[in-house]
Design a protein around this ligand. Structure first.
Ligand code: ACO
Length: 321
């Protein structure tokens, strides 16, 4: 009998009050609501409070997912956090989260695949569960990109926000995750990066997010459409049989171009980018959380999640809810 990894809980957290495009302009950034909305579809983002960390946001999102699943944190045997803005260099944010949740003994580690980190973490958790080694997994995407933005670079700082999203996966005879696909192309490291590090107590290099917007846009559309197709083929279904597409929430034009290539109508695509901008690893689980909680995504439906991010990395996970 097959073992599936079944999604039994979802959760999400956005810190503080929404910050509008007008608010950014009022804070002295040389931009406008019109420019940001037309190019990206983003209207608001949320920014973490000065001391607020990825693990703290992750704990709140995880609490929602565990409550929905009816799973006690002590019973988790796998905790994976996808983040590029960890609390510390080490230990992992997953271990810090584990401590905050009061879990002891679960396998816990971070995954670093930037904006496609949650997709990577979910696919990894699926493989752990299907192997039979683990039974109850918490998978979180949490990022505080406001800390790595150059607020003097209007081409990037308006695009991102902070947040966390989480899911609980449980071993089940019922489907479950049906297929996943993960890829990377290290020749594209420089189109999206934070090319700095801590050396001998000092910052070495550039600690801010740098992006070649046009190259990221073109690459994202190309790889998202192809990985969506790859995942559907692996599951033996046509892309038209997908009930919901929950894509990385970076830019409405990337989302529209991908769904057009997949021939999926707007009504089947979950978009939350207007309300929280690009929250990196949190973006897909935040959108999933919203669509499950408002009843759009129902049991038995087929959902395709997909992400793309620095590396370049990209991937997709197809599941039956
Ligand atoms: N407000 C006003 N004007 C701006 C802003 C801003 N925030 N940012 C840039 N501009 C100006 C530029 O200075 C430029 O002015 P100029 O013509 O006088 O030189 C003009 O707008 C056009 O700049 P472009 O960079 O050519 O603008 P473009 O239409 O390419 O849009 C954008 C930029 C939105 C970043 C686009 O390239 C894009 O969507 N790229 C994808 C990037 C993305 O989504 N990244 C998310 C992270 S990656 C990920 O998650 C995978």
């Amino acid at each position: 009998m097959s073992i599936y990894a079944r999604l039994t809980g979802v959760g999400g957290y956005l810190p503080g009050q929404p910050v509008s495009n007008h608010d950014l302009a009022a804070r002295g950034i040389d931009t406008s609501d019109e420019w940001i909305v037309e190019r990206t579809g983003i209207r608001f983002r949320h920014l973490a409070a000065p001391g607020e960390t990825a693990s703290q946001m992750a704990a709140i999102a995880a609490g929602g997912a565990l409550d929905m699943a009816g799973v006690a944190s002590a019973n988790l045997d796998l905790i994976i956090v996808a983040t590029s803005t960890p609390d510390y260099i080490f230990p992992s944010t997953a271990c810090i989260l584990q401590g905050a949740l009061g879990n002891k003994g679960a396998t816990a580690f971070d995954v670093q695949a930037v904006c496609s980190g949650f997709i990577h973490a979910l696919a990894i958790a699926d493989k752990f569960i299907r192997s039979g080694s683990h039974k109850k997994a918490l998978v979180v995407g949490a990022d505080v990109f406001s800390r790595i933005l150059d607020w003097h670079d209007r081409g990037t700082c308006v695009l991102f926000g902070d947040g966390a999203g989480a899911v609980v996966l449980e071993a089940s005879e019922k489907p479950g995750i049906l297929a996943s696909a993960l890829h990377a192309d290290g020749s594209l490291v420089d189109i999206l990066s934070v090319p700095g590090q801590v050396r001998n107590g000092k910052i070495w290099g550039d600690p801010f997010l740098r992006m070649e917007g046009h190259a990221v846009f073109k690459t994202a559309v190309r790889v998202l459409a192809s990985v969506a197709e790859e995942c559907c083929v692996a599951a033996g279904i046509a892309s038209g049989d997908v009930d919901w597409l929950v894509p990385h929430q970076a830019n409405i034009r990337i989302i529209d171009a991908t769904s057009r290539k997949m021939k999926l109508p707007h009504e089947k695509v979950v978009t939350t980018v207007a309300r929280h901008g690009n929250t990196s690893a949190a973006s897909v689980p935040l959108a999933l959380n919203e669509a499950v909680r408002d009843g759009r995504i129902g049991r038995g439906q087929r959902v395709l999640l997909e992400g793309v991010g620095g590396g370049f990395t990209w991937g997709a996970v197809l599941f039956e809810f």
